[in-house]
Write a protein that binds this ligand. Structure first.
Ligand code: CTP
Ligand code: MG
Length: 223
C-alpha cells in the first residue's frame, strides 16, 4: 500500500513557533510516532512525507531510525494542495493510496491495516468515530440554528484510502471548481461518490492544541 503523510502545516493553533510535528513527545518528535505506527502496519510499502522545504532536514531526521525508506515531497499552502502534490509524486504503478495526517501520531497500526483491507471492497474508505457530544450548528452572531441528530454524526479521521486515479480526478475537478476542503473524503461527497466509514477509536486524536499534547503524552507513556 502506498502511503502519503501530509506534514506541511505550520501548527498555528499549537502556538509552538514551529511546525507542531517537530515538537518533542517523550523524547522523539511527533512525526516520529506517526512514522513508527505507519511502519508497524503490515500493509505499508511505499511512504511519502509531504512537508515544507524549511522542515525537510528535521522531518527526515525523524525517519532515520527506521530501516524503511521515506520519500520526500514538497508541500503546498493548504492541506489540499499538499495532498495534490503528494498524489502527483506517487510512483506510476500506485493503484491505491492511504493518506494519513502526520498530526495523528497515536494511530494504531492495526487500524491502518484495516483501512488497507477495506479498500479491496470499497473505492474510498475513511476512519471515523461516533460523535459523543451534542453538536450545534451556529450562525456568525453566535446563535444556535440547529441540532443535527447525533445518530447520523461521525467525526472524520485519517487514514483515508482511495484509488489513486479517482482521487487525482477529484482533486483536479476541485481546482477547476475552486472547491476548498479540509479532508479528501469531502471531495468525493461533493461529487456524489461513495465513501465507506470504518469505525476507529477515540485515541486517534489529531494533535492540534497544547491540550492534545498532554493527552498524547499519557498515551505514549502507557503504550
Ligand atoms: N498540512 C499540510 N499542508 C498544509 C497544511 C497542513 O500537509 N499546507 C498537514 C499538517 O501538517 C497536518 C495535517 O495536514 O498533519 C492536518 O492539518 P492541521 O491539523 O490543520 O495542521 P496545521 O495546519 O499544521 O495546524 P493549524 O491549522 O493549527 O495551523
Ligand atoms: Mg491547518
Amino acid at each position: 500500500m502506498h502511503f502519503l503523510i501530509p506534514a506541511a502545516g505550520s501548527g498555528s493553533r499549537m502556538k509552538a513557533g514551529k511546525n507542531k510535528l517537530l515538537i518533542d513527545l517523550e523524547g522523539e518528535s511527533l512525526i516520529y510516532w506517526t512514522l513508527k505506527s505507519v511502519f508497524s502496519a503490515s500493509s505499508t510499502s511505499w511512504v511519502g512525507i509531504i512537508g515544507q522545504p524549511k522542515d525537510k532536514k528535521l522531518l527526515l531526521n525523524s525517519a532515520k531510525n527506521f530501516s524503511h525508506k521515506v520519500n520526500w515531497i514538497n508541500g503546498g499552502d493548504t492541506r489540499q494542495e499538499s495532498v495534490f502534490n503528494g498524489l502527483n509524486a506517487l510512483p506510476k504503478d500506485a493503484e491505491k493510496v492511504l493518506i494519513h495526517d502526520g498530526a495523528r501520531c497515536l494511530i494504531n497500526p492495526e487500524l491502518i491495516d484495516q483501512c488497507a483491507k477495506k479498500l479491496d471492497e470499497n473505492d474510498a474508505v475513511i476512519l471515523a468515530t461516533k460523535v459523543t457530544d451534542t453538536i450545534k450548528i451556529v450562525d456568525n452572531q453566535g446563535f444556535i440554528k440547529e441540532t443535527p441528530d447525533r445518530n447520523n454524526l461521525w467525526a472524520a479521521q485519517t487514514p483515508q484510502g482511495f484509488l489513486v486515479n479517482r482521487l487525482k480526478k477529484a482533486h483536479k475537478m476541485a481546482i477547476d471548481k475552486n472547491w476548498k476542503v479540509t479532508d479528501d473524503a469531502s471531495l468525493y461527497e461533493m461529487l456524489n461518490w461513495e465513501v465507506k466509514i470504518i469505525e476507529g477509536n477515540y485515541s486517534n486524536i489529531k494533535i492540534t492544541s497544547p491540550i492534545d499534547l498532554k493527552i498524547a503524552k499519557l498515551f505514549v507513556q502507557n503504550s
